[in-house]
Design a protein around this ligand. Sequence first.
Ligand SMILES: [Zn+2]
Length: 326
Amino acid sequence: MSRVILQPTGNKDAREHYVDTLVRPVDILRIKPFISTEELIRLEELYPSGLVPTWGVTAGVNKVNANKWSKIQPADVTFFSANKVLYSYGYVTYKIHNVPLAENLWGWNSKGETWEFIYFLDEIREHDIPISLFNEIVGYSQNFKVQGFSVLDEEKSDALLSYFDLESETVVQPVSEIEYKDIIESFNKDTLDIEGKTKSRAEQGFLRKALFGNMTVGRCGICGKEYPIPFLVAAHIKKRSFCSNEEKLDYKNIVMPMCKFGCDDLFEKGYITVEEGRIVVNQKITTKMLEEHLSKLKERQIAGWNEDNAKYFLWHAKYHSLSKVR
Ligand SMILES: [Zn+2]
């Protein structure tokens, strides 16, 4: 699950780096000579604009920073702090250990170190969280100060991310199959609000990872059009609230990517159902504009329909024929 990284930027070096390589992201052409082809391909996928917000930390005394850095994963959230305020945050996309690149970007500090433990960020946004509020949310004492680069444990990370309802749009958080199983089996209606939110986030994270992996674009299962993955949802074919745990764990068949440009909603609300792999348009309150849209989907053959998910489509079609207003 996503962790929170605290990155103080009080000293001169950090303030400069913040402006030089985050506020003004690094041109991928500057990074290219220092990295492998594989790394370049990944960065090109993640940053089609060619502009890469880049951050790095030094190894630290006894490699303390290096050890923390090794725990960082895509979709972790870095909060930048200075003057008792967490003033911005961004999502981790990727990381590399690379001395020559760090040297080129930032040079060396007075102790002869460079910021070689590099990580890349995206979706950087300004925020204004007083450190006192942060302390309260994660349960630190009131006089706690963000001292150095640190990675919060799972519980504190969850508390903060749930409080602000933060979740990356483009980077999918890694959730293992075992964690997913735990989440599904431990869900119950009495779960506290924050815990419930955290679990739903992890569940969606897992399903998105299962559907999209590391892809940056994907295809809608209904209209068949290609979109960047922030515009696709992992939609349950059989309504999630009606699924047994066993059905939820059948994650390879129970969800399908559907686009936010209508398909997800039309399916969810039963305007369309799928029978024998073809889209059926149902009679509902409509408008001329919607009717035109639906006529393009009508009878379309769904590429993702197969004998393993057919039963879930059948359930969906039955559910909506029963709830149809006649
Ligand atoms: Zn679609």
